[in-house]
Design a binder for this molecule. Structure first.
Ligand code: ACO
Length: 388
């Protein structure tokens, strides 16, 4: 009995290694560098699938038939626009605010406009999934335009999901190769088991609140620099390094001062993140020749240096290391990198929301109390008489 109590109460900071759910959505093997969505390897999906098909797979558990996919795409297309009152609300956001904060507020606001909640109705679930997948990219692109004082660019009906987002962002149709690369980036970021933002989504979902609150809480969690915010910091770091010659001295300095190196390390992967491998090959395609982009060359040298110094600890490049470089080349502003991550990860959050509802129990973990007991209340006069 005593040993059982010890097991139950063992404290693991960050819940490392503690199973908090059963899920059939995705699988990660951190020792062998494997990531699968519904059993399909991420490399195969990146080669053969599209983001919307992958989102369907994650959320409904099976790849769609042609008819199912076409119907899904049509519904998404229909729901891409956002209400003028949402736009009006977004116009009041300070233009200096971070786009992740704007996205969190806008995602939560959807709950005001679509307030009917019917969590046991499959039609409601489908409509909510479609609405969120369709509107999140529009809201991210709209804030980018509005903070410059421009009207948002309306979605373009003949462009698919990824191409339409780049179009709304840059006011010009992307070339098909750029659009395909971006679609692959979305697939790579769509799901990753029970990480911090997904756990946040699941905890919120477990209270049976609406899906907009679920997504808004996950967006807030993704925003932190230890999670989705790392890719922004990677580019700042590459700029700070400034030249290939400065790579090794910079790494040495980080190690000496025990500074975390952004874009490296992962709670689960102890080898190179399989998504980083795919992103690196996308970056290679974009930057073809060495010397074509200074920061790509610095990144390649930097990865080599960090692997040499920290590889023995199982610290390798993660998904965020190359994604910023790819996004930059696609014309995505730096502070939109994490919102773009959110556009993709919404698919995973919604898959977990749906799975959570199928067998729900509210999350209510325990804690190990480290405070005092029976402390007597001190009056203000007693507190004021404390020596300074
Ligand atoms: N740079 C330098 N050292 C590192 C790094 C890093 N990026 N990551 C881990 N370490 C070291 C730690 O200093 C620690 O060393 P020690 O045992 O000698 O004290 C050891 O590795 C374990 O580190 P933790 O922080 O305890 O590992 P944890 O699993 O908690 O953290 C995390 C994982 C948060 C991703 C961490 O590696 C990190 O901060 N990386 C940088 C931020 C980043 O790139 N985040 C994006 C992750 S991917 C994503 O969220 C999509």
């Amino acid at each position: 009995m005593a040993s059982k109590m010890t097991t139950v109460c063992e404290y693991k900071p960050g819940l490392e290694g503690i199973p908090a759910a059963q899920s059939s959505i995705s699988y990660v093997d951190g020792q062998r560098g494997i990531l699968e969505y519904r059993g399909i390897g991420i490399e195969e999906l990146a080669q053969k699938s599209t983001f919307l098909e992958t989102a369907y797979l994650l959320i409904w558990g099976e790849l769609p038939t042609n008819e199912e996919l076409e119907a899904f795409k049509k519904e998404i297309l229909y729901h891409r626009r956002i209400k003028y009152r949402i736009k009006d609300m977004m116009k009041c956001f300070p233009e200096t605010g971070h786009p992740m904060d704007a996205l969190q507020a806008s995602a939560a606001a959807l709950g005001l406009f679509y307030s009917k909640r019917a969590l046991d109705d499959p039609d409601y679930i489908r409509r909510a999934v479609v609405r969120i997948l369709a509107k999140i990219p529009t809201m991210v692109a709209a804030f980018k335009q509005m903070r410059k004082g421009n009207e948002p660019v309306q979605p373009c009906d003949h462009l698919d999901y990824a191409a339409n987002f780049l179009y709304m962002l840059n006011e010009q149709e992307p070339d098909p190769i750029a659009a395909r690369l971006f679609d692959v980036c979305l697939m790579l970021h769509a799901e990753h088991t029970i990480n911090a933002s997904t756990f946040s989504a699941m905890v919120t979902a477990s209270t049976l609140t609406d899906p907009y609150a679920v997504v808004a809480s996950a967006v807030g969690t993704l925003a932190g620099p230890l999670h989705g915010g790392a890719n922004e910091e990677v580019l700042s770091m590459l700029e700070e390094i400034g030249s290939v010659d400065n790579v090794y001295p910079y790494v040495e300095e980080c190690l000496q001062h025990k500074r975390k190196i952004m874009g490296f390390g992962h709670r689960v992967y102890k080898v190179k993140d399989p998504r980083a491998k795919i992103l690196q090959s996308l970056a290679e395609q974009l930057f073809e020749q060495p010397g074509c982009d200074k920061y790509y060359d610095i990144a390649v040298e930097f990865e080599k240096a960090v692997e040499e110094k920290l590889g023995y600890k199982g610290i390798y490049a993660n998904v965020d290391f190359y994604s910023g470089l790819v996004y930059c080349k696609l014309g995505i502003p730096r502070d939109l990198f994490t919102p773009v991550f959110a556009i993709a990860r919404v698919a995973g959050w919604l898959a977990h929301w749906k799975e959570q509802l199928e067998e729900n129990r509210i999350y209510r973990p325990t804690q190990i109390y480290t405070g005092s007991h029976g402390v007597s209340y001190k009056t203000m006069a007693e507190r004021d008489s404390y020596p300074c």
